[in-house]
Design a protein around this ligand. Structure first.
Ligand code: FES
Length: 91
């Protein structure tokens, strides 16, 4: 069993799960907002629409439906367009 953080809250995750699956299991239906503040989550589920973008370990624009979780991932809601954090630059 993996342990990840979703917006600061510790959550369990199974190896092989996508970030989107972990977020849905946490009861989240949206985890990104557009520049206009509208909520977004999974739409296509196959990596095409880019509606499911999240920040993972400081790296924005990660498609939650395509990325498998890794132990210790820090997953955060993405608000509009974000730049990578210094943490992501080191990764
Ligand atoms: S839900 Fe469409 S790219 Fe992830």
């Amino acid at each position: 069993m993996f342990r990840v953080t979703v917006d600061g809250e510790r959550r369990p995750a199974r190896p092989g799960q996508t970030v989107a699956a972990v977020l849905l299991a946490a009861g989240r239906v949206s985890w990104r907002t557009t520049r206009g503040g509208r909520p977004r989550g999974v739409f296509c589920g196959i990596g095409v629409c880019h509606d499911c973008l999240v920040v993972v370990n400081g790296l924005p624009d990660v498609r939650a439906c395509r990325r498998e979780v890794e132990d210790g991932d820090d997953i955060r809601t993405q608000n509009g367009a974000e730049l990578p954090s210094a943490e992501a630059d080191r990764g």
